[in-house]
Design a protein around this ligand. Sequence first.
Ligand code: URA
Length: 423
Amino acid sequence: FDAVDIIRTKRDGGELSDPQIAWVIDAYVRGVVAEEQMSALAMAILLRGMGRREIASWTTAMIASGERMDFSGLRRRTVDKHSTGGVGDKITLPLAPLVATFDVAVPQLSGRGLGHTGGTLDKLESIPGWRAALSNEEMMAQLDGVGAVICQAGSGLAPADRRLYALRDVTGTVEAIPLIASSIMSKKIAEGTAALVLDVKVGSGAFMKDLSQARELAQTMVDLGTDAGVDTRALLTDMSTPLGLTAGNALEVRESLEVLAGGGPADVVDLTVALAQEMLDAAGKPGVDVRAALADGRAMDTWRAMIAAQGGDPDAPLPTAKHTEQVLAPADGVLVGLDALAVGVAAWRLGAGRARREDEVQAGAGVELHAKPGATVRAGEVLMTLHTDTPERFDRAREILTDAATIAPAGSRPGTGEGVVLE
Ligand code: URA
């Protein structure tokens, strides 16, 4: 095979054969296909798309680039969830222990944040002592004992994706449905979970800005999972405004603890419950009362066991930022919109996220919201609190947030409001 032929075929709108796809991915991992060739091919795929067979073949080739895990020896059934990424999306934190409370295994192999969406591992690392890296044996033991593990994905799972994702990140080729779907699903299929629930985000803070694109991404991933023998389902959920009242590492852990204690913001609780029900249904436990497990402390007990098993101290105080500033409402009225992307970028710039993979994140940094769309506000009332250890960052964050809040005359209704689960 020849890389240039393959690029030309896709550039001109043709279909790639299974052997061509298998070759190009393997040759890329071996360094035979150059970065510039793979980036040209990724752009051709972004512009021309791929058919169902091509996407399945691409995913298979990415899985074949690495190892596959095997959870079949576990006493409990496995079910995982994956979110396509959002602002304030801390749902994995309360969700994994909640679901594990019902005697299923939840292997959450997670990542770090890059850009405006936070990473689950960065959030948990704000807990003193907690460690993200586990050996396969440690992970298996924790899954059979506690039931829930949230840890770093080993570098052995779909290594082709790791390289390709880094390349897409710097070549404007992240936003291609075939590439996003194969990237996510290759890792989940290689992980070996029996069932998977996808939380596909829609709105300003998500990759997919509108419902029809999100539906297509969801269907593509469900088809890939189903064809690979994974019971795969998807929910489409709102990401036009941040989830909950916090965006930032320790701030999001604090809010997750409120949910595990039976409280917390309604949208975070509703999405946690909806995903838990779907996961438990996929694991053969339909109709269990998940809200009761939040209210009576069982999910919190599982959380404490999960954190302690990974060296964390569930009772240690969470870090807080050295400096805070307030953002005030400019007028009286109804808050009808609070833009997820702006809040995510502001939290990132305050230090909650990183601009380069090697950057450190600040545990205490982020944005705390005091009102959500639908709330009545008065001029001068505190809308948000900004948190950072580096106060020179406040100006940039304020600038980013200038038009984030939309306040309309009394009696107006927010643009969204049907609830967080859209479909
Ligand atoms: N998350 C992934 O793992 N891959 C993508 O391509 C996009 C989001």
